[in-house]
Design a protein around this ligand. Structure first.
Ligand SMILES: [Fe+2]
Length: 191
């Protein structure tokens, strides 16, 4: 079954995100969806033709995680944007953040500090489904560094395309804008 890019145009108009930046980002996301389908189709074709021993097959197998996660991480990112209200401090997510980090404020400090690290990648608040504890993870490449079996709760894209059009090198200003637009109910529903 082929994947279809979702329409996130409702995010246009968010404070601190220009239309040009968002449209570029949507186009980039659509590329991951297209390539996920393309890699899936080519691999299925090679399988049918008995070409699974070919180096091209191995390289595409390795490529799949990059394309798929490039698609899915953007889905999570766009879906946890577009919010208007702050986190409900009496809700389940706020309680879990406080239990894991000491307080909501300490969690926010750690999440932002992770985002401010030099380099490009993703910052992901993960829930360990075995213990229920939450932690902030830096992911360099879409396909590497994700803790096995954990559930992504909140995702922030810190690749340069996510902010340079609007903020240049001022990543901290982008992170501030991201926090103003978090869709907390969407994030909380992932717990
Ligand atoms: Fe991105």
């Amino acid at each position: 079954m082929a994947y279809t890019a979702k329409d996130y145009s409702k995010l246009i108009g968010m404070e601190g995100f220009s239309q040009a930046l968002l449209n570029n980002h949507f186009t980039l996301y659509q590329g991951y969806v297209t390539n996920t389908n393309k890699v899936t189709d080519i691999l299925a074709g090679m399988m049918k033709e008995g070409k699974t021993g070919a180096p091209e097959y191995a390289e595409l197998k390795r490529r799949f995680g990059w394309e798929f996660n490039g698609m899915r991480l953007h889905d999570y990112y766009f879906e946890n944007l577009g919010g208007k209200a702050p986190l409900n401090k009496g809700g389940a997510l706020a309680k879990k953040l406080a239990a894991s980090f000491g307080s909501y404020e300490d969690w926010e400090k750690d999440f932002k500090a992770t985002g401010a690290m030099r380099g490009i990648g993703w910052v992901i608040l993960y829930e360990d489904i075995m213990t229920g504890s939450l932690f902030n993870v830096w992911v360099n490449e879409h396909d590497a560094g994700h803790p096995a079996g954990c559930r992504p709760i909140l995702i922030m894209d810190v690749f340069e395309h996510a902010y340079m059009v609007d903020y240049g090198l001022k990543k901290a200003d982008y992170i501030t804008a991201f926090f103003k637009n978090i869709n907390w109910p969407a994030a909380e529903a992932r717990l």
